[in-house]
Design a protein around this ligand. Sequence first.
Ligand code: FAD
Length: 474
Amino acid sequence: MSQEFDVVVIGGGPAGYVAAIRASQLGLKTACCESEAYADPKGEPRLGGTCLNVGCIPSKALLHSSELYDQATHSFVMHGIKADNVTIDVPSMIKRKDNIVTQLVTGIKGLFKKYKVTFIPGHGSFVANADGKWQVKIGEEIVTATHVIVATGSHARHLPGIPVDQQLVVDNIGALNISGVPKRLGVIGAGVIGLEMSSVWKRLGSEVTILEAMPDFLAAADANVAKEAWKIFTSKQGLNIQMGVQIKEVTPKKKSVVIKYENDDGDQTLEVDKLIVAVGRVPNTAGLNAEAVGLALDERGRIAVDHHCATNLPNVWAVGDVVPGPMLAHKGMEEGVMVAERIAGQGTTLNHDTIPWVIYTHPEIAWVGKTEQELKAGNVPYKQGQIPFLANGRALGQGDTTGFVKVLAHAETDQILGVHIIGTNASELIAEAVVTMEFAGAAEDLARTCHAHPTLSEAMHEAALAVDKRSLHF
Ligand code: FAD
C-alpha cells in the first residue's frame, strides 16, 4: 500500500522546503523529496538546495571572510590599526564555510521533524494521475498525493566546448571550493554570481579578468548604479572587466586554461590558472517525466505557471527557479508559502513587483521596483531624490562612503516606484524600501518617518526628502 499525502513537494531547496513546512503547518499531510544532487559525504541527500549547499549561503560566507581580509590589509590603517603580515589560510576559510552549510542543512531536517514534514530521500518524478490523485515515484517508491508542488530549482549553465571539470574549469560548485588563491583567475560572465566570485578572489590577491558577452554592464540595474559600480569595480578595485566579448575557444592545459576570444580590438588570448563559468542557470525539468503527464513548459524550458504558480495540470504547482521570474531564493520561498496557503484554501497572492534584488559585492548593490530607464521607456512621469553616503555621518564614521541611495517616485501621486542603493549594507537598507512599496507608500511617507541617528538608513530618509527637493544634509 503506497503512502498517501495531501501534498508532495519535489525538491528540497528554499522554495520546496518552505512550501513543505507551510503546508504541514496548515494541517496538510506533507512529504518532501530530495535527490542526491547535494549529497553529504555518506551519499545522503541534503536539504537546502542550491541556496544552502552551493549558492547564497556559502558564497556569502566567503564574501565576508575575504572582505575582512581586504579590510585588514587595506582599511584598518585609516583607523590607526596596524596589522602587519596579515595572511589568508584558504583551507580554514573553506572549512568555516562548509561548517555553516552543514549547520543550516541539518537545521532544515530539524524543522521538518518539528513541523511533521515527511522527508523522503530520492529523485521524484510524475507517474500518472489516477482517480484525481497524483502518483509520484520517489526513488523506488511510489507515493500518492492530492497536490504536487514542483520545486526542482536550477543548475549552472555550461557552454558548448567548455568542459567543466570542477578543478581547472569550475562553475558555482567548484568556485566555492577553490583550495588556494589562483594567481590568475578568469571568469566568464559579469552577472551577479560572476561578480561575487570575482570579488572573493580579487580581495585575496588574484588577478581577475571577467569576460562578458553582453555589451552593457549590469543592464538590469539602474543605469546610474551600474555606472558607479563599473567605476568602483574597475578603477578602484582593479577588476579587469571586458564587455561585448565573444569566446572562441577554451583549452585546458595541465595547470592552466587558455581562452581565445574576440573583442573590439580583435583576437585576444588569455591564460589563467582557474576559470569560473558563470553564464546563468538552467531550470531542472529533465527527469520529472513532465512530457508523459503533459506538464507544459515555456519557450525557455521553465515550467509555465500563472500568477499563483498553478501549472496547466490540475493540482500541480511549481515554484522557485524552475518557473519564470528572478532566480532568487527569497522569491522562491514566498512562492512556496503562497502555494501552500492556496492549497489550504487561503487567497494568498504574491506581489512580484516588490521582490528585492541584491548583489553582495563591496559596495553592495540593492534595488526594488523600476529603474529610471524603465520609467523613461514607459513614459511614466517621475521625480527623483539621490543622496551620496558621503553626506552620511555613520558612513563617514565607518570609513565607507562610496555610493548613494536613489528614490524614484511618481511625479503626480508621489508613490514610490523604485529605490536603488549602491553602498555599504545596501542588502539590509533595501528592506525599508520594500516594505514602503508593499504598502504602496509615497516618498513623503519615508520623508515623514523618524530615522535613528546616526545610521546609514538616514541616507534613505534624505533621499526621500530630496524627491521633494528638501533634503537637510545635502
Ligand atoms: P534549488 O535551490 O535549486 O533547489 C532545488 C532542489 O531540488 C535541489 O536540491 C535539487 O537537488 C532538487 N531536485 C531537483 N530535481 C529533483 C527531483 N526530480 N527530485 C528530487 N529533488 C530534485 N539567491 C538569493 O536570493 N540570494 C543570494 O545571495 C544568492 N546567491 C547565489 C549564489 C550562487 C553562487 C548561486 C548559484 C545562486 C545564488 N542564489 C541566490 C540563487 C538561489 O540559490 C536560488 O534562487 C535558489 O536556490 C532557488 O531555490 P529553489 O528551491 O527554487 O531551487
